[in-house]
Ligand binder design. Structure first.
Ligand code: FAD
Length: 265
């Protein structure tokens, strides 16, 4: 049983508390398993921070923190950064200037019916869905970052982050296989949104009924007909997705105006 109080939420909303908790966990827990960042790891981390600084919607405290972290990382002539220096920046230096990330995890749309279920992996999916939609809404946001030349920059950074840092190695292997097989075919911002949706559903199909499945949130193709009836069609008695309507739904659901600040700092 979770010791956290249950937080009522609306499945039609996306909660900034989940996105902030994702970054909190990523910076303070996941990264902490790497005592120094160097070479490819450092490059992947810099790209991830740049992506979030440029595409995280709303321009609030999170963006300021990621921008400061980004400027700091890019200004360092070092090939090797101790993790402790990153933590110091996130925990102390930024707090002095009033920019800080919540010091606790607060899951809302990602809360589980007991500890150990949902939480971080749920919030990481959510974060990347938001970033694909925001990249589509603000196509020039990545200019002059070095990422603008990639056909699917959000997915490429996600792929490298998952491969390098994501704690679940099995997940990383599966995601890498999927990316190696089909990511090069993604050539537009719309396809980038839909590719991630499709991969996420492939994982949902694979995990339905498994041990990691929260009984309160059973894995199923998403969005369900109750969330988006026009996303579903039947052709010759077979279920098919209406991809145009799925795209419209994803843009709306993960768009900046559907983010709820409830339970956020
Ligand atoms: P999640 O699947 O985490 O989904 C979070 C929320 O996203 C849902 O509540 C829903 O609102 C929304 N959502 C659901 N489906 C979609 C979709 N298709 N498109 C857009 N939004 C959607 N676990 C494993 O055991 N094996 C794996 O191989 C594995 N691979 C993973 C790969 C990645 C890249 C990530 C980030 C996680 C992976 N996981 C894997 C974890 C797993 O996918 C779930 O995140 C975890 O089990 C928690 O599930 P959840 O019920 O919170 O829903």
């Amino acid at each position: 049983q979770s010791t956290e109080p249950w937080r009522d939420f609306d499945r039609l909303k996306v909660y900034t508390a989940d996105l902030e908790s994702a970054l909190h966990y990523l910076l303070r827990v996941e990264l902490a398993t790497h005592s120094t960042l160097e070479g490819e790891e450092l490059k992947v981390f810099k790209d991830f921070v740049t992506l979030v600084a440029k595409l995280y919607p709303g321009g609030g405290s999170v963006v300021k923190l990621m921008e400061t972290l980004c400027d700091w990382l890019l200004s360092l002539p070092l090939q090797r950064i101790p993790y402790q220096a990153v933590l110091d920046l996130v925990d102390n230096k930024m707090r002095i200037s009033g920019v800080f990330l919540g010091a606790e995890l607060r899951w809302v749309g990602c809360q589980g019916s007991r500890a150990g279920l949902r939480g971080y992996p749920c919030s990481l999916w959510t974060l990347f869905h938001v970033l694909t939609v925001q990249h589509d809404a603000t196509p020039t946001a990545l200019e002059n970052t070095g990422l603008e030349g990639e056909a699917a920059p959000v997915l490429q950074v996600m792929r490298r982050y998952i491969r390098t840092f994501f704690g679940c190695e099995e997940c990383g292997r599966h995601f890498e296989e999927a990316a190696a097989g089909s990511l090069e075919r993604v050539q537009s911002r719309e396809q980038q949104i839909l590719w991630l949706w499709e991969q996420h559903n492939n994982v949902n199909y694979r995990l339905a009924g498994s041990l990691s499945d929260d009984p309160l949130f059973p894995k199923a193709p998403w969005p369900s007909p109750s969330l988006c009836s026009s996303c579903h069609e039947e052709k010759n008695g077979v279920h098919v997705w209406n991809q145009d309507n799925v795209l419209l739904f994803l843009r709306q659901h993960y768009g900046a105006s559907n983010l709820s600040p409830k339970y956020s700092l």
